[in-house]
Design a protein around this ligand. Structure first.
Ligand code: FPP
Length: 268
């Protein structure tokens, strides 16, 4: 089987190159809440949907930067189950953008596997078909997995997982008294999605807003003030660089306060 040759992503217009991150410090999975599109539009005297359009351009750049730095999983919150509360004009503008980006597929020549995550039931069928089609057409790619969360809600995901466990228990194939975290993880709608190492939210809000509560239980949190359309790949690189300096313990005891995390360098 011949692997198709993929192109390298176009460099950032500034010519800046990604920082080199040691493999053992690299997060496997970065998830992003792309907040601030509406405020960006307002600041520029534009309708809100123009903010989302500018946001889609920022998505392209960040995906290019994720490939360049060697990230394996990037997950983007594009549309939440709560976003239906917005003006129908705005919700259809966001869904239209998702249609356009999925159809045009700007990452065709790149080693990007596209997936989507969320509830299919109240989304327009043609969008679901497009998202499914793109998932199939890129499923053998092994570089970067980009998961777009569409009509996604974390509690909704947990409720669906509980329902799946209940169905299995009712069928007699699972003992409710023995259900553990691993069983729960295996019944998630996307059981192969790795835990989130770094959760980044733009737009100057410090909340996680029902985004991947199971997968991001131990995530490092990174909040930045910029509106999403003002973000580019260098912000992703900064977020990852900052992550590499943090010490993750997952509930284990860490070094005593002021004790260096690693052996001090000579002269340091
Ligand atoms: C939050 O900003 C952003 C959204 C609800 C939509 C995100 C969608 C995109 C970036 C476009 C398409 C995505 C892809 C993956 C191609 P907000 O509108 O809540 O901003 P505000 O808080 O300033 O009002």
């Amino acid at each position: 089987l011949r692997r198709p040759a993929f192109r390298s992503p176009p460099p950032h217009p500034s010519g800046e190159r990604p920082p080199r991150i040691p493999a053992e410090r690299m997060p496997a999975h970065v998830a992003v809440i792309m907040d601030g599109n509406g405020r960006w539009a307002q600041r520029h005297g534009l309708p809100r949907h123009e903010g989302h359009r500018a946001g889609a351009a920022a998505v392209r750049d960040v995906v290019h930067g994720a490939l360049e730095i060697g990230l394996r999983h990037l997950t983007l919150y594009a549309f939440s189950t709560e976003n239906w509360k917005r003006d129908p004009e705005e919700t259809s503008a966001i869904l239209d953008l998702l249609r356009q980006e999925t159809r045009a597929y700007p990452f065709e020549d790149l080693d990007v596997r596209m997936r989507w995550h969320g509830r299919a039931d109240n989304l327009p069928q043609d969008l679901v078909d497009l998202l499914d089609m793109r998932e199939r057409s890129t499923r053998d790619r092994a570089g970067l997995t980009v998961t777009t969360c569409v009509n996604y809600g974390g509690r909704d995901e947990i409720a669906r997982t509980a329902a799946a466990l209940a169905r299995r228990a009712r069928s007699g194939r699972l003992d409710p008294d023995l259900i553990g975290e691993q069983d729960f993880a295996e019944h998630l709608p996307r059981p192969d999605m790795p835990d989130v190492d770094l959760l980044w939210r733009t737009g100057n809000e410090q909340r996680t807003s029902n985004f991947l509560p199971w997968q991001a239980a131990y995530a490092e949190l990174h909040f930045t003030p910029d509106h999403w359309p003002d973000v580019d790949r260098r912000d992703l690189w900064r977020a990852i660089t900052e992550y590499t300096r943090r010490q993750r313990r997952h509930g284990a005891a860490g070094p005593a306060p002021h004790e260096p995390a690693t052996a001090p360098r000579e002269g340091a």
